[in-house]
Write a protein that binds this ligand. Structure first.
Ligand code: HEC
Ligand code: HEC
Length: 400
């Protein structure tokens, strides 16, 4: 706020200065005058961003970030670079926010608010999604000297991107999120920051920076953020379920999730090997009679897709509140209340959430209290505390 006021004052002074000049000298000092006022204003802007000057920044980087590669594999260095980029506010136009501002490790790499603040304090349109368990199909390929990205499963609430490499520059250029309208200016901006020459050199054998290398490095870092150590996964990854590793109430919740309430048919948290995440398809779960956000429908223009969204994976769900694409529910209790008796008769309501009348009426589960307790215990068993506290995924910047 202070920055904005300062900007206005300085810009105002600049304009007055120009007017005076014009009056007194009647010459065309307009251009230098405007340039002067803009540059002073921009300098004032830079000063008060929440990024300390580079000289005051140091980095704490572990040897290994990517979990798939041996210690000598250069992809570890690429992922390490990606980690720095992910947390570096320099990727926003006014160096105010980073990817990590809206994707917080402690919140399962989602945000803990309904909508997130972008670089100029404007709110995002949707609730931030957690970044975890990105399909391994999407791991970028660095073997040809440049970065190749393969398409994979649907990303974003409405699936509008299926290529992680292309996705990375979307928040960078987004006018609400990070605001760098032209990503081709990013390499020279980063080249002026002392710590990047070494990081790029270690990763790619050259300190030359390209938008593709930036995307590739962030993509590789993101790809390395995988769950696997939640109580549920540890119990399941033993070749079938090892019931002794879950409490009876967690087991009961799992059964309810899978059978009685059929949650698993959309969220597919319990797959063949227990680590399956989501069906990556789009459904309407009856949040509204008339959805205000068309979701998938905005992309396809198809009436049958209006109000359809991705059913998110539920790992770390206890940490990613608030819930749904618009963050309308604050707690898991609110979510269970909704599925219990709040589902709306929306035109595209999924058949699995309709009752047996055949009239498209929403199902009323009226979930009894003991089932809620069990469902919640099960959902809590999906939290991977290792992932959300692992130093190798944490913010590497140390500000003095
Ligand atoms: C201002 C907040 C904000 C910033 C900054 C931001 N994001 Fe996001 N991110 C979001 C929101 C909100 C969504 C969900 C948007 C949607 O689905 O329409 C999202 C979704 C995503 C997804 C999709 C996840 C999935 O499972 O579908 C990925 C991946 C992602 N962001 C990566 C990044 C990266 C990389 C950066 C930095 C270059 C970044 N984000 C910066 C708010 C932000
Ligand atoms: C017909 C498919 C379907 C069924 C069945 C279903 N869900 Fe969902 N669920 C969705 C969709 C789609 C969303 C996202 C909706 C949105 O935001 O518009 C969602 C969202 C959620 C969320 C919020 C996720 C987040 O990251 O914000 C939770 C938690 C959840 N469901 C739990 C459950 C539970 C528990 C059950 C069983 C009682 C269940 N779901 C049954 C489709 C389904």
């Amino acid at each position: 706020m202070l920055t904005l006021q300062f900007f206005i004052i300085i810009f105002g002074l600049g304009i007055i200065f120009i007017k005076l000049k014009i009056r007194v000298m009647k010459t065309k000092l307009l251009t230098p005058g405007i340039l002067l006022s803009i540059s002073i204003a921009l300098i004032s802007c830079n000063k008060s961003g929440n990024t300390p000057k580079n000289s005051n920044v140091s980095l704490s980087l572990p040897a290994t970030v990517a979990q798939y590669y041996g210690p000598d594999d250069r992809r570890n260095n690429i992922a390490t670079l990606g980690r720095v980029l992910f947390y570096d506010p320099a990727l926003s136009v006014n160096s105010a926010i980073s990817c990590g501002s809206c994707h917080k490790q402690a919140a399962g790499f989602a945000d803990n608010v309904q909508f997130s603040l972008g670089f100029k304090n404007v709110l995002t349109r949707r609730n931030s999604l957690s970044i975890q368990d990105i399909n391994s199909q999407m791991i970028p390929d660095f073997t040809y000297g440049d970065t190749l990205f393969r398409p994979g499963s649907s990303l974003f609430w409405d699936g509008r991107e299926n290529n992680l490499g292309n996705l990375i520059m979307r928040p960078v250029t987004n006018h609400v999120e990070m605001g760098i309208a032209d990503p081709s200016v990013l390499p020279s901006k980063l080249a002026s920051i002392p710590y990047y020459a070494n990081l790029f050199n270690n990763a790619f054998g050259s300190s030359q920076i390209t938008p593709n290398k930036i995307s590739g490095a962030i993509a590789l870092f993101i790809n390395s953020i995988q769950t696997g150590n939640s109580r549920f996964e540890l119990a399941f990854n033993q070749g079938g379920i090892n019931t002794s590793l879950l409490t009876p109430v967690e087991m009961q919740g799992m059964q309810l999730f899978e059978n009685k309430y059929n949650c698993n048919s959309c969220h597919q948290t319990i797959g063949g090997n227990g680590t399956y995440n989501t069906s990556f398809s789009f459904m309407n779960n009856g949040l509204d009679v008339n959805p205000t956000d068309p979701g998938l429908g905005a992309l396809t223009g198809n009436a049958a897709d209006m109000g359809k969204f991705k059913a998110p994976e539920l790992h770390n769900i206890a940490l990613t509140a608030p819930y749904m694409h618009d963050g309308r529910f604050k707690t898991l209790d609110d979510v269970l209340n909704f599925y219990s008796n709040g589902i709306q008769k929306s035109q595209n309501l999924d058949g699995r959430l309709q009752d047996s009348s055949g009239n498209g009426n929403p199902i009323r589960f009226n979930i009894p209290n003991q089932d809620r307790v069990a469902l919640k215990a099960f959902l809590n068993s999906l939290t991977d505390y290792t992932m959300v506290t692992d130093p190798k995924f944490s913010n590497p910047f140390i500000y003095q």
